[in-house]
Design a protein around this ligand. Structure first.
Ligand SMILES: [Zn+2]
Length: 286
């Protein structure tokens, strides 16, 4: 029993270190702050919603410039130091095309968290946010009007979608690269699995091939629809081995690893969507 107690300790510590990565530790308010600091030329780090050393340093610079207490704490005075950008907190006004600022950046980050990223997180409500917002509204069964009012914001406070069926790894020897979540000033909507060129990629679940061809950014892409609105996507392939309309079982080869589309090296970009919302594939993988 004693041995077991000793063994249990490292496991608990491990769980404590892994949890913040697995569960979303990102704060949309912090992301909005980072966008504001970036707009003021004080921050060049990632828009990841995490108050790390870079963000802390930028807050102190802002406070020093504004001649207020340099304590690294974001209170009303610090927010005011961001000027026009921080005038509105999320929920104080309906957001639509043409708006800009803290609340827009916060909305943009929340849309991304729910699987509807809109390019660079910049806090400027343009066509990119409008498109993502309308897709979210459709997904959530709301009126699709491109205006983020109280009903849309309430829907965004609900947890993001879950993957209903367990998936299999799409590679036999998966190595995890970039995860689902913030990456630079963008949102990475899937996981990256680096592998040598020509490594086979397999369907993570049975389903019908609904896309097998080139798609901007994704390069050669295979998309498999698994029913119940769930789809898995295999991107940057060097070769495609299936055709649209074909039914594939779990573990069927769909293509070979490549670096087509926006890829700096050979890897599989594996993305899972539920009714159009990109979800973290790691939550359904063994
Ligand atoms: Zn990727």
């Amino acid at each position: 029993m004693r041995t077991r107690a000793f063994l249990a300790l490292p496991l608990v510590l491990l769980a404590a270190t892994v949890t913040p990565l697995a569960a979303a530790a990102w704060d949309p308010g912090v992301a909005a702050l980072q966008v504001g600091l970036h707009a003021h030329g004080l921050y060049a780090g990632p828009i990841d919603g995490i108050t790390g050393p870079g963000t802390q340093k930028a807050i102190r610079k802002l406070q020093s410039h504004a001649r207020i207490a340099v304590d690294g704490v974001v209170g009303p005075k610090t927010r005011r130091a961001l000027g026009r950008f921080a005038r509105h907190r999320l929920g104080q006004r309906p957001l639509r095309t043409g708006n800009a600022g803290w609340d827009v950046a916060s909305l943009q980050f929340q849309l991304a968290e729910h699987g509807f990223p809109s390019g660079g997180i910049d806090g400027i409500f343009g066509p990119h946010i409008d498109g993502a917002l309308r897709r979210f509204q459709k997904y959530a069964g709301l009126k699709v009007d491109g205006v983020a009012g109280p009903v849309t914001l309430a829907a965004l406070r609900k947890p993001a979608a879950m993957i209903p069926v367990p998936l299999a790894w799409p590679l036999t020897m998966p190595v995890l690269g970039d995860r689902f979540g913030p990456r630079g000033d963008h949102w990475h909507p899937g996981i990256d699995l680096p592998a040598p060129l020509g490594t086979p990629a397999y369907s993570a679940h049975s389903g019908e091939v609904v896309w097998a061809g080139w798609r901007d950014g994704y390069g050669y892409l295979v998309t498999v629809a698994h029913g119940h609105g769930e789809r898995s996507m295999y991107a940057h392939l060097s070769r495609i081995d299936v055709r649209v309309g074909v039914w594939v079982g779990k573990g069927v080869r769909v293509g070979l690893i490549g670096a087509t589309g926006d890829a700096t090296g050979p890897h599989l970009h594996f993305e899972v969507r539920i009714h159009g919302a990109a979800v973290d594939p790691l939550r359904a993988l063994p």
